[in-house]
Design a protein around this ligand. Structure first.
Ligand code: NAP
Length: 269
């Protein structure tokens, strides 16, 4: 999607993947600087490890604890996290009073961190993170202690899900449950899904398939459904804008991503 946008803009750049071993990350950064690279994306497993290697890191990326976008600032590498802006993009057009919104987040991994930061930017009333491992949940809560903004965050065991779902205004799935190759699965049992309020927004970060079982369950209750594809497009667009320092054609990027994903889906015999 980046290269399609670059072609549409007619600028002289190219976006290419470089698999880099964890032990080689520091030297890879030196090499990328030496050959004049403008910027790059960072993905698993380097999103956290790269932070101490950068000369500046935005407050947002520090809070999230992960960098996914890096650019050359003239004397070193700067990093930020565009997943937060990507997550927020499909929510902004919705007419909601975010200050009274209760958010329930399923899962407490890397993507949940961007969702928490995004919900803080919206100024929501409550953020309830639900996970299956008490020690990881406690670590998750602790990791936000130094954040310089108000954070109405509480963590909850998976068993409390029925009551939390029934009170959710924004319900976000950050677990991989229901992702290809298991599209029939959902983090919610049918009984719990039946408690989704019809006024709620259900947001699944999964982008393949685009219509997950979780989103189908929410729509059956009358809720508004948002899939993960737009977040993926928008985080990429924000990164490309940072590197090129100009607006980028988001529709071109969305179309390129849709084509790439449909080419990956195995055809039925
Ligand atoms: P991650 O760091 O591995 O976190 C996954 C979370 O899901 C963990 O809290 C994990 O719990 C929980 N989980 C997994 N299986 C579970 C189960 N059976 N029951 C309950 N909880 C379960 O992964 P991630 O990087 O956050 O990514 C999560 C999902 O978001 C993936 O589907 C990814 O494709 C999607 N994503 C989408 C975008 C986008 O742009 N749309 C961006 C980032 C991620 P434990 O820690 O207990 O295992």
């Amino acid at each position: 999607m980046h290269n399609q946008a670059i072609a549409a803009l007619g600028v002289d750049y190219v976006y290419v993947p470089f698999p880099i071993q964890a032990a080689d990350l520091a030297i890879a950064l030196q090499g990328l600087a030496a050959i004049g690279v403008q910027g790059f994306s960072v993905t698993i497993p380097h999103k956290q490890a790269i932070v101490p290697l950068l000369s500046t890191v935005t407050e947002l990326a520090q809070a999230v604890g992960a960098v996914n976008t890096v650019w050359w600032n003239g004397s070193g590498w700067s990093g930020t996290n565009t997943d937060v802006a990507g997550f927020l993009a499909p929510l902004h057009p919705l007419a909601r009073d975010w200050r009274t919104t209760k958010v329930v987040i399923l899962g407490n991994g890397g993507a949940a961190r961007a969702v928490v930061a995004g919900c803080c930017q919206l100024g929501v009333a409550a953020i309830q993170v639900v996970g299956r491992q008490p020690d990881k949940l406690a670590q998750f809560q602790h990791s936000w202690q130094a954040v310089p903004w108000s954070l109405p965050l509480t963590v909850h065991p998976w068993e409390t899900l029925p009551d939390l779902v029934a009170q959710a205004d924004l319900l976000v799935n950050t677990t991989p449950i229901g992702m290809t190759p298991h599209p029939g699965q959902s983090p919610l049992t049918e009984a719990i899904a039946a408690r989704i309020p019809p006024t709620a927004i259900a947001y699944d970060l999964i982008y393949t398939p685009q219509q997950t079982r979780f989103l189908q369950q929410a729509q059956t209750q009358g809720a508004t459904a948002i899939g993960g594809l737009e977040m993926l497009v928008q985080q990429g667009a924000v990164a490309l804008e940072q590197w090129l320092n100009q607006p980028v054609p988001i529709a071109t990027m969305r179309q390129a991503l849709l084509e790439a994903l449909s080419a990956r889906i195995p055809k039925k015999a």
